[in-house]
Write a protein that binds this ligand. Sequence first.
Ligand SMILES: O=C(O)CCC(=O)C(=O)O
Length: 314
Amino acid sequence: MTAKTQKVYNGLTEHVSSSDERDRIRRSLYRTDASAIGSVAPAWREHWTDAELLQYQTDGYLAMDGLLTPEQLELAKTALTDLAWRRVWNEHVGVQEEPHFSNGGTDDRLADPELRIRKLWLFCQADKRLGSLADSPRLIPLLEQLIGRGPRMVQDMALLKPPFVGAEKPWHQDTAYFDYTPLGGVIGVWIALDEATVENGCMQVIPGSHLDGPAQHYHVRDCQLPDRKVAVERAVVVPLKPGGAMFFSGLTHHGTPPNTSADRRRALQFHYAAANCSKMTIQEHGQWFDDGGAYAGCRDWDLAAGMSRAKIAI
Ligand SMILES: O=C(O)CCC(=O)C(=O)O
């Protein structure tokens, strides 16, 4: 008898929702009403104000339009197209097709191969144009006000949520995926390259959720917070203009709804760890993300012998 090898979750969802499920997700797990719009500073400034810094502490996120200059914005979009067509590449770059397509789905409206990509990652070494955005002098001082001097970039990715078929990224905390401690030292910077709207799947966050600390994550449609634990009534949407950015704590609950619109929604996302952060083991991670002794984080690829994965009872 041959042993069945089980594919280990690698941080990429393969789930494809039916259109009914997409509708249910949009309606029941995300906000669409204008009363739930988060605040966004209207233009780039070198520093956050004291009031904004206080807001970051209480809400766990801050947003600002205009982080990228129009030139940087064009350069970022061109660089992603070059990656999508592998005109720029190295062996470390990762690419994930939108699960709709990798599971055999088709869509005649999306003939351009770039519109079939969900995610690219680890490209900053291969493409210095993108690398220079991650340590841009327009970004770093804003970041340092939030996590102190000398942050290290620990992840670079682009999320390209295609039109019509772009799947949800379910609600989660990024620290469920990272192995840096202290958890509060990890911060994400999500930069819109197209206008990010409620319709095409802009970021949604639960203000203040970072203050509750790490929460259990399970495999449902992705590694995520259980749907019934999402405080949708407290959620706010964070629409951004092209070049706008959201800075958010690695403990902030966030997600993006499916893209059912005709517009694509490209974004860059860089994560940084504060200078005092260090790596932790999977066992230490499992102490934060624990469900009665079973592992309830998202680092399945690290799971050690003897550790079991927590299962959700729906
Ligand atoms: O851009 C998106 O759709 C979601 C990004 C995100 O939250 C993540 O990759 O952790």
